[in-house]
Design a protein around this ligand. Structure first.
Ligand code: AMP
Length: 414
């Protein structure tokens, strides 16, 4: 029987790989400009981390985790997101005593047992940033600037919507939740089963319920953004004013609460109209470090779903097709051996070189050189070997000329 890949996973190669590498290079450069440190944490963590970190009333934890017992009977989970893992690493490695704020980025695979559809996989990648140690709106703003800058830079400017909200701090949220619950209570019996559960356990999540009847009931519900304390309101306004100054387009969406329990304060989402899906999101999570056993530490972060970004960059595939600088067309062993040193030098000097590895004929090699988009072909036949010459063929216009077969002469001519 044929062995196939698992549902919700993908093989990435050739043209699509070029797009991934293009994105990864941009991430690296961008994060370097902001002096962010890369962090890599384990793919699997103790299940408890996500129960306590992400929240056991969330869909991610309730329905989507890859959880299993290992041979030592420990409950293990493949990370469904990375913030909890980074926070665990932050606490476990005593990072609060290193530098503050400390800023990390990651680009890693996550695992969620989800219903598949376009742009929704069971293994997917996120580029994320986490900044620990700043209460200031400037950290929120920095995370928004980095994430929007990322999308603009890779070519998605104008193709996404940034929606932003504030879900307040503990103080203002508690008051607000009482207000919200009083509003919902008379209509609770008409709401969906999920909302009925949320009403007791996480009432804020009622706001982003997608069920129409629930939305209808919530039409005139009080919104947290209109019920913020002065500090939360100030931070929100400062971020909004800065976005205006920076010409970063945004939309205020009072219903955004995010699907993970750890958020407070400013939260946001990036969506693509084209895909009709979220491509990223983030916000502040000032209580998570403490909830996971560390000292109270304010923090902000975001995660961008790269698989969806790759779907949006479909057009790039053609543009990013890789090319080869020189293909060495040689059909005999003497020429092959003679060429190895020159090829090595060219490669060491940054040129991309290919040569025949499978004893192809002259014609088949020329066809191959064309397929791999070689800019030049160097032909080393018997006569050329004798005279220490070679033929340089320009593959764009088909012109050919004889040159000396040495590194300098080749470099001068390509
Ligand atoms: P979240 O951690 O749920 O806030 O997700 C952050 C981003 O990751 C989303 O906006 C998506 O772009 C991406 N994402 C989440 N789940 C999936 C999935 N199952 N497949 C592909 N991308 C996903």
């Amino acid at each position: 029987m044929k062995i196939t890949r698992q549902k919700g996973t993908k093989d990435i190669f050739l043209d699509e790989m070029n797009v991934w590498q293009y994105i990864e290079e941009n991430i690296r450069n961008l994060c370097d400009e902001y002096n962010l440190n890369e962090i890599r944490t384990p793919v699997f963590e103790s299940t408890e981390l996500f129960l306590r970190g992400v929240g056991n009333e969330t869909d991610i934890v309730n329905k989507e985790m890859y959880t299993f017992l290992d041979k030592g009977n420990r409950s293990i989970t493949l990370r469904p997101e990375l913030t909890a893992g980074v926070v665990r690493a932050y606490i476990e490695n005593g990072m609060s005593s290193l530098i503050s704020p400390i800023k990390f980025w990651y680009n890693a695979n996550m695992y969620r047992y989800e219903k598949m559809q376009k742009g929704r996989y069971r293994e997917f990648s996120q580029f994320g940033v986490e900044i620990f140690g700043s209460k200031s709106y400037k950290a929120d703003l920095e995370a928004i600037i980095i994430s929007s800058n990322f999308l603009d830079r890779i070519g998605l400017k104008g193709e996404y919507t940034l929606s932003i909200n504030s879900i307040g701090c503990k103080k203002c949220r508690e008051k607000y939740i009482n207000k919200l619950k009083s509003y919902i209570k008379p209509n609770l019996s008409s709401m969906c089963d999920d909302c009925k559960k949320r009403y007791d356990k996480n009432p804020l999540r009622v706001l982003d319920c997608k069920v129409e009847t629930c939305q209808e009931i919530l039409k005139d519900a009080p919104m947290i953004l209109d019920n913020l304390c002065d500090d939360c309101k100030n931070s929100f306004n400062k971020v909004i004013n800065s976005l205006e100054k920076l010409n970063i387009n945004y939309k205020i969406d009072k219903k955004i609460v995010r699907g993970l329990d750890y958020y407070n304060g400013i939260v946001y989402e990036y969506t693509s109209d084209d895909l009709g899906l979220a491509i990223g999101g983030g916000g502040r999570y000032d209580t998570l470090v403490e909830n996971l056993g560390g000292a109270s530490t304010p923090a902000v972060g975001f995660g961008m779903g790269l698989n969806r970004v790759v779907l949006l960059l479909e057009d790039m595939k053609e543009k990013l097709k890789s090319y080869v600088d020189v293909y060495f067309l040689i059909t005999n062993d003497e020429g092959y051996i003679k060429s190895l040193d020159v090829i090595k030098m060219l490669r060491e000097n940054g040129y991309k070189i290919e040569q025949d590895l499978s004893e192809k004929s002259f014609r088949a090699q020329l066809k191959y050189a064309d397929k791999i988009k070689a800019r030049y072909v160097i032909i080393l036949g018997e006569d050329e070997i004798k005279n220490n010459k070679c033929i340089l063929r320009n593959m764009e216009n088909g012109s050919q000329k004889e040159i000396c077969f040495n590194f300098d002469e080749i470099v001068d001519n390509i």
